[in-house]
Design a protein around this ligand. Structure first.
Ligand SMILES: [Fe+2]
Ligand SMILES: [Fe+2]
Length: 143
């Protein structure tokens, strides 16, 4: 049973590109959790954390582009929240680097909050917003 669970009913926004990215973020979080549980080499854990950071950056950029394409009115607030999440991830990465090679419980709690309150809460807001024109958001066709 994975530690971070993808629940289609709660997490799927029905925007394929965004859902794909959310899934791969969750897969990567689980990989960090499993490596940590299995007492994997520090280099491997760090590499996977760096992958999460890369996927997060890419995802936030794409999600912000999607929100801009549908002229989502709360884009600026959402961008600020993304920025805070990015900074907090940087903090946890720094703490990990200075620590003993074990990922802290706080790090996983942070990831869990990102998953549950951000994806299920904040991201859901824009997924419910309708594109203002036929062409806006077409690249991200809803299903
Ligand atoms: Fe997201
Ligand atoms: Fe978001």
């Amino acid at each position: 049973m994975p530690y971070f669970k993808w629940d289609e009913a709660d997490l799927a926004l029905k925007i394929p590109q965004i859902d794909r990215q959310h899934r791969s973020l969750i897969d990567t979080m689980n990989r960090i959790f499993d490596l940590n549980e299995g007492k994997a080499e520090r280099a491997e854990i760090e590499q996977t954390i760096m992958l999460l950071r890369y996927l997060m950056t890419e995802h936030f950029r794409d999600e912000e582009a999607y929100m801009a394409s549908i002229k989502f009115p709360r884009l600026d607030i959402h961008k600020t929240i993304h920025k805070q999440l990015r900074l907090r991830l940087e903090d946890y990465i720094e703490i990990y680097r200075q620590g003993d090679g074990v990922v802290s419980r706080e790090f996983f709690q942070f990831l869990q909050v990102w998953l549950t309150s951000h994806i299920m809460g904040v991201d859901k807001e824009f997924s419910l917003a309708q594109p203002l024109s036929e062409t806006a958001g077409a690249r991200y066709r809803r299903i």
